[in-house]
Ligand binder design. Sequence first.
Ligand code: COA
Length: 697
Amino acid sequence: MSEAIGYERVGDIAILAANNPPVNALGHDVRNGLVDGIARAEADGAKAVLIYGEGKTYFAGADIREFGKPPTQPFLPDVCTRIEASPLIVVSALHGTALGGGLEIALGSHFRIAVPTARVGLPEVLIGVMPGAGGTQRLPRLVGVDVAVDVITSGRQIGAKEALAMGVLDRVVEGTPREIGLAYAQELLDSGAERRAISEMPAPEAVDFDALYNMVLQKGRGQIAPALAVRGVQACCELPFEEGMKRERELFMELMASDQRQGMIHAFFSERAVGKLPELKGVAPRNLNAVGVIGGGTMGAGIATAALLSGLSVVMLEMTAEAAEAARGRIESNLGGALKRGKLSQAQFEDLTTKALTLATDYAALGDVDLVIEAVFEDMGVKKQVFTQLDAVCKPGAILASNTSYLDINEIAACTKRPADVIGLHFFSPAHVMKLLEVVVADKTAADVVATGFALGNRLKKTSVRAGVCDGFIGNRILSTYRTCADHMILDGATPYQIDKALTDFGFAMGPYAVADLAGLDIGWAVRKRKRAEGVDPRARDFTYADKLCEDGHFGQKTGTGYYVYQAGKRAGVPNPDVMPLIEADRAAQGLTPRDFSDDEIVRRYMAAMVNEAAKVVGEGIARRPLDVDVTLLYGYGFPRYRGGPLKWADMVGLPGLLSDMQDWAKEDGYFWQPAPLLEELVAEGRTFDDLNKETA
Ligand code: COA
């Protein structure tokens, strides 16, 4: 018998206890152990079987590491069927997270009991597949089409209370899964309960599945898994159980073979790998109880909100008492959102805004904090003044962090006597909402300061990526290049609207010009002015229409007009009629004849620019691994998760083709299309970005 499933008899009950840390994933040994365990219980004269998980959870799902490899017997659907077919009463006792294949094992059992903290769900669509072990056949029989489609297409986790109300669980009881499972199994035996196989229950009535399929497909912005899962539920309603199982398996295998599955599983493992850095192994972070935030604008207030919500106390420093009060207003309004959504009670809200938050206008108030994050105006002179003052007032060992999005942290650190304590913590706005945190490590930053940056990220529930110092770090540096590529396409004949549409069709949450309107067009304007002042290479193409747009007062959403015109109450805008004449004038002034761009070419160029700059960022060591870039773009820039990230996407479409396209385009603009040395190297050696991820794993 496999060691992954323990066997024990307690009276008439055989106990199958899973022991496959950390999450009892249903790998080959576990599946084998379950099949053997059921057979042994039957041969052993037991009357009931209890299945539960040792450690922190019931089965959290199929073993994702086996995906993409040839499947080995026994297959998971057969394990569920074997459990269900047993003449003994089978009870599953759930705790932790009974997800995916885990919930499917529970649905193959005849009765389900759980502890109140247990969570269940079918999150397969979140890794690019769909339930493939009876989930789409059994769940609708138990809870009906509407609930099943919601659970399966959203992939969301459901608390025990809700699952009980839905009918997924039969009982919710305090205790350990072993205790409550044994008591329930005994009670079922004592009351003479009969086994209850879901596959033998009638299927629900069919609904208009074509309409449902189309709706789900549209909602998924190009993701196919949720829509195919609807077809699985359809099979439940329209076919006998065994045939429905076959259809589910076909759909599942189709998704298993898809690029989207590869992309989403890459995202799953990458987001878990970003925080694992060899240099931080065994390095303890410094203590964090109180943090200071300098500057209470949108960014500073967002950072303060996130810190307060994580239980840290916050000293908010502003220049004047009025500015400090305005910062309080922003923080209260952010926290008010959490209050409204029921994430905070009124008492907690009061505590956070009165006890945990202190307003100050004097640097001396920062004397006791463990870490300070400045979010003041992006100007090196201003930052240096702030850090000189911090150096004077902060206690020894306090960490001094800058939220700059592009300035040189080495230069900032050099104006203090403690450069080892200086780090960049680059949040994304609104900072209490956006998941990404770039932890920017300067030349002299101490390892335990880096570890504290990651610990803070964890505490604030962010996904943190290590970045080196350069203009824009990982994310904004790459953004600046692909935005430039889009601007070039506009000069050559594309429109901002066509570019936005091509990229949202590709799966981006928003196109670059809609994003620019949201962020404020003055930001890009300021960057262009700064770069021109620093001196632009004469070979770089330049353009003026975007500056003119700003000169005319179109700053994007905040002024109601930018590339789009925003009508009150509507989130999406309509094209601003002032934009195309400015573009046409710019083209005419530069003697350019506009040409047509297909959507495919737009995506190809935009993505190539992104991949090329990303390869430079990895080659220069600004990002440690390709996966760090992928996670940055996924979490901070709306990159479609089902494509895995730009470098995973590049691997899947093929690096040689991308390089040869760039070499072609370089004939027209050799300055912009300079291939990254790392890309050339990988192509020459026939390797991929993911090979690099594996080498550094
Ligand atoms: N297969 C293989 N490994 C898995 C896994 C799975 N289904 N689920 C989690 N793991 C691994 C993680 O990669 C991680 O490994 P690491 O420590 O080497 O990085 C470890 O288990 C712990 O997972 P983590 O996510 O860090 O722990 P958590 O407590 O925050 O969350 C889960 C636990 C189960 C909620 C979460 O891992 C999850 O959502 N897993 C996927 C569940 C799923 O999609 N199941 C459906 C598959 S059919």
